[in-house]
Design a protein around this ligand. Structure first.
Ligand code: C2E
Ligand code: CA
Ligand code: CA
Length: 803
């Protein structure tokens, strides 16, 4: 029962509700996930990070290369130094050992010809060198023949002596644990055993020489080689004979202690990890040329490399610092970009949600409108919807040459039936009537139930005005047919129809309705069950409306009009933020007459222009009064009807009034109705722009009742929406109206428009509007429209807290 539109009407209606389609600007936002800016930013950051990483890698590689080169040079230098020392020591040792050889040759004399003379010669040869502190001569049985200083046990030499007899060995042989000589801590003696042979090669005995290695080696430790340098003299079998470090001589307790055996080359170097736990040692060796002894020089790699130039460490430190800084920077940039991305996506999400919410609200609003647009009993349009559709048809009618007619009808004696047979039967009768009406008129005509038993039909696209008469006659005939079995009752009711023709009898739906209504009463007066065209002459005779019309021009000139002011308050604190000027006619005979009784009249007759000018002037005068009284000023809004909006002098009139009173535009506001807008679409935009450019704010009055064409509204300089009283009054009771109010507020805020709720009469409504986010309210609950003096005291009072 909801969808009663004919195809033609549906398209008309939709044409006036483009808000029901999503505005194109918003549509695009859904796909806005991939923003070009966002991708570019991320890519740029990535590129920067990669570049930074590459630069860092290059710097580190360069540093490593240079360090390796430096290291190699240092190691090379150290190796050469070690080699040189080993060679020098080896050479010296060779010379010393050769000296021993010479002594052994000289010792022959002691064994064969002249022992005494031989000894003397030997002693003098030996004592000339500080390297041999002691000499002992032994016979082949290891008995001491001569000793330059006391000698304890000689059995010690027996095995070695045995080796001397067996072999052809001539060179010295280290024979025992080196012993400390004297008290000097770094004095170390190495006992060497020489074979003494006859010229024929026969073993005569042996000579033992203590070699003072401390003396020999001590010379070299003055060379600053570093604290870990160690010099070893090693026998051919790999026994360390002496071990000397920078701190002095390190004595080996036993000659049998195994040590590293140099490889077969006479000299060379290598790295060793076994010598000192946890240390890599660079060892260089040199074999003695004449004898089976080796000199080995060791030095810790760390010691060597400790001498790396400081610059390289500086480089390292700077590089490390740079790395730290760049890594930190990258981390920060990444973090920042992630935060930015999160922010963008959450904003996007919020925008999407907002968009979805608006869509939902629009859909709901549409639904609510549809529901609110129909009369639940008959399925016909209700008064609001009928007016809306009829007005939109008239808008089309203005462009064409076709005739339109408005039929107003009510059922004769319906009240009697309702009262006597009950509402149920009354409802059934209304339903049947509605059905018959639908079957009688064309599907393109608009039918509405205007309330009770009153119906209105807009006949569209008539060739001649008289065609309306045929339809009226058909309707009278159809409705007078008896209605069978309405809850057991057979009923027959007639109808009276009034006809007003567009544009002859009025060019707005309100005027047509009023005139068709008048014609219907005329029809009833002249006998029920007929129809009548609207006749201005007949209608006005004796009608007080006619009187009003006659008097109105005088009323304007003689200042019979007065303004009442109704405050608008801010919903947060009930501060008065403006007044609306509402005109009244203080009639000398009839007393106060309200606008509904003379504004339509003024509109029909064109007197509204004069009336409107009077209102603007009166508003300005009131503002000047407030200004002169030194009161805090608030703007006054005045109502402008569509006829006024079409008047091209309106902007000039406003400008002149402002100028005359030396007022700024911001103190006046304009209220126009949606219907007013629609009836003068072409002019409206131009006129409103001209008005807004003077600083006046513009409100859209009675919003929700007319053509909620938001995309059209967007193009106009509208600052505020005033939600129509009809929605506000049921905001607590009717779900539909609550939804409409909420969606209007959301949509308005979305378009950056302020929202005023009109006709607020209860605290309940206030609560609801506040929750829905409404900005301002106006209505009896805060204050009725009041005369100027009362308005002035309200302005002084500043806040109007409702009781
Ligand atoms: P409007 O512009 O919508 O003005 C609001 C109407 O609602 C006023 O009726 C006001 O008295 C009434 N109203 C305010 N609060 C409440 C409330 O809480 N409950 C109820 N039931 N009504 C409330 P009023 O003064 O009779 O004016 C009726 C209409 O006449 C106005 O509707 C406006 O369209 C028109 N009008 C009034 N003054 C002028 C004017 O100077 N020029 C023009 N062109 N039209 C005017
Ligand atoms: Ca208004
Ligand atoms: Ca209003």
């Amino acid at each position: 029962m909801i969808a009663r539109y004919t195809p033609a009407l549906r398209s008309t209606r939709l044409a006036h509700f483009p808000m029901l389609t999503i505005p194109p600007a918003r549509k695009g936002r859904r796909n806005a996930h991939r923003r070009p800016g966002e991708g570019l930013w991320t890519r740029l950051i990535r590129l920067m990070a990669v570049l930074m990483a590459a630069v860092l890698a290059l710097a580190w590689w360069n540093h490593w290369e240079r360090q390796q080169a430096e290291r190699n040079i240092i190691l090379d230098n150290a190796r050469q130094a070690q080699q040189t020392i080993a060679r020098i020591i080896a050479e010296n040792l060779s010379q010393v050992l050769e000296q021993g050889d010479r002594l052994a040759v000289a010792a022959r004399q002691v064994y064969d010809r002249d022992p005494l003379k031989g000894l003397q010669r030997l002693d003098s040869m030996r004592s000339s060198s500080p390297l041999f502190p002691r000499m002992v001569l032994l016979d082949t049985n290891a008995r001491v023949l001569h000793a330059t200083s006391p000698m304890a046990a000689t059995t010690l030499f027996e095995p070695e002596l045995h080796r001397l007899t067996e072999s052809t060995f001539t060179g010295p042989m280290a024979v025992a644990t080196p012993a400390r000589a004297g008290t000097t801590s770094n004095a170390l003696v190495l006992p060497l055993l020489y074979a003494v042979r006859s010229e024929g090669g026969q073993l005569l005995g042996a000579m033992m020489l203590d070699l003072d290695l401390g003396y020999l080696l001590g010379l070299y430790f003055d060379l600053a080689l570093g604290p870990t340098t160690q010099v070893q003299v090693v026998a051919g079998a790999g026994q360390v004979l002496v071990d000397a470090g920078a701190s002095g001589l390190l004595q080996n307790n036993s000659l049998s202690q195994p040590t590293l055996l140099p490889p077969s080359q006479t000299h060379g170097s290598r790295y060793d990890t076994t010598l000192r736990p946890g240390e890599v040692v660079q060892s260089t060796w040199q074999k003695l040329a004449s004898d089976d002894f080796w000199v080995v020089v060791h030095r810790d790699l760390n010691d060597i490399l400790g001498a790396m130039p400081g610059a390289s460490r500086w480089n390292l430190a700077i590089l490390a610092l740079l790395t730290l800084m760049l890594t930190g920077l990258s981390a920060w940039i990444f973090q920042a970009s992630r935060e930015q991305r999160d922010l963008v996506s959450s904003l996007q999400r919020v925008a999407d949600e907002n968009h979805e919410l608006i869509n939902r609200l629009e859909t709901e609003k549409q639904k609510a409108f549809t529901m609110a647009a129909h009369d639940h009993l008959t399925g016909l349009h209700n008064r609001r919807m009928f007016n809306e559709l009829a007005a939109s048809h008239l808008q089309q009618a203005r462009r064409g040459s076709r005739q339109y007619a408005l039929l107003y009808l009510d059922l004769d004696r319906f009240k009697n039936i309702n009262d006597s047979l009950g509402h149920h039967v009354g409802d059934l009768l209304l339903k049947t009537t509605a059905q018959r009406m639908r079957h009688t008129v064309r599907s393109t005509d608009v039918i509405g139930r205007m309330g009770g038993d009153e119906f209105a039909i807009l006949l569209t696209d008539l060739e001649r005005a008289e065609d309306a008469e045929h339809v009226a006659a058909k309707l009278v005939a159809a409705l007078v047919e008896p209605c069978r079995d309405l809850d057991g009752h057979d009923l027959q009711v007639g109808t009276s129809i009034g006809i007003a023709v567009f544009p002859r009898d009025g060019d707005t739906i309100e005027t047509l309705c009023r005139h068709a209504d008048a014609a219907m009463y005329e029809a009833k007066r002249s006998g029920r069950g007929g129809h009548k065209f609207y006749d201005p002459a007949l209608n006005r005779a004796g009608d007080w409306q006619f009187n009003l019309e006659q008097r109105l021009p005088r009323a304007i000139q003689h200042d019979e009009l007065i303004l009442h002011f109704q405050p608008k308050v801010q919903l947060t604190d009930f501060r008065v933020v403006g007044f609306e000027a509402l005109v009244r006619w203080d009639h000398p005979e009839h007393g106060l007459i309200y606008p509904k009784d003379f504004i339509p009249l003024a509109e029909d007759t064109g007197m509204i222009l004069e009336l409107g000018a009077w209102v603007i002037e009166a508003c300005a005068r009131q503002l000047v009064q407030w200004r002169n009284a030194g009161l805090p000023m608030v703007p006054i809004a005045f109502n402008v009807s569509s006829r006024q909006l079409r008047d091209e002098h309106l902007p000039e009139l406003i400008a002149a009034t402002l100028q005359r009173h030396d007022l700024e535009g911001c103190w006046l506001e304009v209220e126009i109705t949606e219907t007013g807008l629609v009836e003068s679409t072409e002019r409206a935009s131009e006129a409103l722009s001209a008005i807004a450019s003077q600083g006046l704010r513009i409100s859209l009055d009675d919003f929700g009742n007319g053509f909620c064409n938001l995309s059209y509204i967007r193009t106009l300089p509208i600052h505020q929406l005033k939600i129509d009283r009809s929605f506000v009054s049921d905001v607590r009771n009717r779900h539909d109206d609550a939804v409409i109010v909420e969606s209007i507020i959301t949509l308005a805020h979305n378009l950056e428009l302020g929202v005023v709720a009109e006709g607020v009469e209860t605290a309940d409504q206030i609560v609801h509007l506040k929750t829905a986010g409404c900005d301002q309210v106006q209505g009896y609950f805060v204050s009725r429209p009041v005369p100027a003096e009362k308005a002035t005291s309200q302005l002084r009072q500043t806040w109007l807290h409702p009781r």
